[in-house]
Design a protein around this ligand. Structure first.
Ligand code: 5GP
Length: 112
């Protein structure tokens, strides 16, 4: 069981921002910006490169939901960033797909 599955089952506590039948959003434990949330599917997909056609609806739901959360939390006007890390060079540490939502400061491009 991944760390994030333990957060879904409440075995590990997290500051939960949003939840529905398909996904959970909570604060990152080591924030890289004033706002740093993680949005994860409840049905585990290890990483984006391993998503299947059968995950299409869930992936769409995650993208729509991250936009709604950003809007509802008030980050739309100043802007925000959504990041998915995949594999070693991508900086992936937890093998359970997660969207990072970063906001609250000017983010650099290209990323480091
Ligand atoms: P990745 O590097 O895999 O894209 O992102 C994993 C993220 O999970 C990191 O930003 C890290 O800070 C966060 N993280 C790791 N362990 C925990 C935890 O126990 N609780 C929470 N809320 N976030 C975690």
């Amino acid at each position: 069981m991944t760390l994030f599955e333990k957060i879904i089952s409440r075995e590990i506590p997290a500051e939960i921002i949003y939840e529905d039948d398909h996904c959970l959003c909570f604060k990152d434990i080591a924030p890289q910006a004033p706002v740093h949330l993680l949005l994860i599917p409840k049905r585990p997909i290890p990483r984006i490169a391993e998503a299947k056609n059968t995950d299409q609806e869930l992936l769409g739901h995650l993208l729509l939901t991250v936009g709604i959360i950003a809007q509802q939390e008030g980050y739309e006007e100043e802007g925000f960033r959504v990041v998915i890390n995949n594999g070693k060079n991508g900086g992936e540490a937890v093998p359970h797909l997660h969207l990072h939502l970063l906001a609250g400061r000017q983010l650099q491009w290209p990323p480091g």
